[in-house]
Design a protein around this ligand. Structure first.
Ligand code: OGA
Ligand code: MN
Length: 287
């Protein structure tokens, strides 16, 4: 079997096929997939009905697992593997949760343009999101190309953002949802700091790194920082940079958290939507 890549656009998003991801793929094929990821940043695989073990085994070809906040929240999960992030409106008991359940409402932070784990001071690389059950309509996921966003950024904005450092905090998107936290609670989770302009190692291309998690920019007033992030996200999410994925059960979508943003779209919360995610990270030891 051989990896096949059908690009959606010349440099962003592609449909991948030709492999059975339930089987061990081998290091050579993993490098071919990485090569395609370096070019397209989002790969869509159809008809890959993975179980959790297969999903985890496939993930591990691409580096150590990023645990995001899983080790901080320590919430019990539905899965055998601790490294799964539950992207579902389904409780531990397997029932659909009420739309005002705190797990459902805090997952609505995924509907802002974000990237996974940018609030960690480790580099999240790929997320792999597998669809088990999807609603009849709605619940699409959109991806945007932050390298194209940089390439097309007006010169005055390029000059303004170069050298700036953003502070990413995991609770900020929840604050936007209406949650309130004490200074003590905010301080109990350390933020992460990343330049607003970075270089993607696998392609050498520059990209804007301005997910919703940026709540401050060093040396700038909070007000100016927030309108700037808003303006940059607005620029980056113009329709020509966005790929929209309409889910079918059995899809697996892989994206590069460094040079893309994504967001979930609205769906009928009385319907079951069961997706599961793993995320890889750069090896902190540099191996
Ligand atoms: C995620 C995510 C959006 C969605 O899995 O990290 O943000 O459409 N998902 O559920
Ligand atoms: Mn996400």
């Amino acid at each position: 079997m051989e990896l096949k890549i059908a690009p959606v656009t010349e440099s962003f998003a592609a449909e991948a096929s030709g492999l059975d991801l339930r089987q061990p793929i081998g290091a050579e094929t993993a490098s071919e997939i990485e090569e395609a990821m370096n070019k397209y940043a989002v790969l869509v695989w159809r008809d890959q009905p993975l179980d959790d073990d297969q999903h985890m085994a496939f993930t591990k070809w691409f580096g150590p697992l990023d645990m995001g906040l899983l080790n901080v929240t320590k919430k019990p999960n539905r899965f055998k593997h601790a490294g799964f992030v539950d992207i579902a409106n389904v409780g531990i008991d397997g029932e659909i949760m009420a739309r005002d359940h705190s797990t459902v409402t805090s997952s609505m932070a995924n509907r802002f343009w974000h990237t996974d784990s940018s609030f960690m001071q480790t580099v999240a690389i790929y997320s792999l999101l597998s669809a088990r059950v999807v609603p009849e309509t709605g619940g699409d996921t959109e991806f945007t190309d932050m390298r194209a966003a940089w390439d097309t950024l007006p010169d005055d904005l390029r000059t303004m953002v170069t050298g700036l450092v953003g502070e990413h905090h995991p609770l900020y998107s929840r604050i936007l949802l209406g949650n309130t936290y004490s200074d003590e609670q905010m301080a109990s989770i350390p933020p992460a700091h990343w330049p607003l302009v970075r270089t993607h190692p696998g392609s050498g291309r520059r990209y804007l790194f301005t997910p919703i998690h940026v709540h401050r920019i060093e040396g700038m007033s909070m007000a100016e920082a927030r309108v700037l992030v808003n303006e940059l996200i607005e620029h980056a999410t113009q329709p020509q940079f966005v790929h929209r994925h309409r889910w079918q059960a059995g899809d697996l979508v892989m994206w590069d958290n460094r040079c893309t943003l994504h967001r979930g779209r609205r769906f009928d919360y009385t319907q079951r939507r069961d997706l599961r995610r793993t995320t890889t990270m750069e090896d902190p030891a540099g191996a």
